[in-house]
Design a protein around this ligand. Structure first.
Ligand code: GLP
Length: 269
């Protein structure tokens, strides 16, 4: 796990955008796993800007989002489909027919959505780069604490903590879904590389548990310790509870030097 600490969220997003753009220069038809939440919005803005300037094209990209609420229609402004259209897809040259979310259409059996989504990911050749945020309780996607560490895409019940954390995004009177369909932890772990972004002091506890805690279903993100190619990009406040911070900073410097000398894909796992 490579942990890289930046001054602020803009710098985190900038590095993440660099990595995505670089991947597209090598593989223009890359398959991305995408995330919602407030954290990746800054990244999406930077990618939109680079696309507008002609520095990158998403025309060959296929994408699979991590999760979607159950019980609200994809056209509802609170759906993650609407979020992705609003914050990213509507502003870049991506082919929307190749952007996917594990949405449950009215009349769909939610139990079948997961296996269908998994089959689509396999058919696309698997995910090259998965973008992740992290919940304050350590969740990735909507894999809440106690989720099976080998789970696949399925329905999850949201914890009271997650409901509380996300309530800021709902107006009074709006119905806040209590269920979601999320890629499983096993699905996420199948991605060939993973980029986790975390910013702000409220993420410091989850980041410390993920990087320095024991691997445990009670902190689902801690499973990333078992993945070969994970880069964690965080800002100063999100890094504030890490014990071995100086080591990560030194390792990031060494890795940068090695990459400059031997090429892009050297990484300190
Ligand atoms: C949400 C999403 C996650 C996201 C996390 C953090 O509920 N399901 O994919 O990473 O919670 O969100 P934010 O970036 O808004 O803090």
């Amino acid at each position: 796990m490579e942990v890289v600490i930046f001054r602020d969220e803009e710098q985190v997003a900038e590095r993440a955008a660099d990595l995505l753009v670089r991947m597209l220069s090598v593989k223009p038809r890359a398959v991305f796993g995408l995330a919602t939440g407030s954290t990746p919005i800054v990244l999406y803005r930077q990618l939109i800007e680079r696309n507008r300037k002609g520095e990158v094209s998403f025309s060959g990209v296929t994408s699979f989002n991590l999760d979607e609420y159950l019980g609200i229609a994809p056209g509802d402004p609170q759906s993650y489909r609407s979020f992705m259209d609003r914050e990213f897809f509507d502003h870049v040259d991506i082919d929307k027919a190749r952007t996917h979310l594990p949405s449950c259409e009215p009349g769909d059996n939610p139990q079948l959505v997961g296996p269908r989504y998994e089959a689509m990911i396999r058919k696309a050749g698997g995910i090259d780069l998965q973008i992740l945020g992290i919940g304050q309780n350590g969740h990735i996607g909507f894999n809440e604490p106690s989720s099976s560490l080998v789970s696949r895409t399925r329905v999850k019940t949201l914890t009271p903590r997650t409901m509380q954390d996300n309530s800021r995004l709902f107006d009074p009177g709006e119905i806040q879904p209590r269920l979601a369909i999320t890629m499983g932890i096993g699905t996420i772990m199948d991605a060939r590389s993973i980029l986790l972004l975390a910013t702000g002091e409220r993420k410091a506890g989850a980041v410390a548990a993920m990087v320095e805690g024991a691997v445990s279903a009670m902190c689902p993100a801690s499973i990333l310790q078992m993945h070969e190619r994970v880069t964690v990009l965080i800002d100063e406040p999100a890094a504030s509870k890490l014990k071995n911070r100086e080591y990560y900073e030194r390792a990031a410097r060494e890795n940068r030097a090695l990459k400059e000398r031997f090429g892009e894909f050297y990484a300190d796992g």
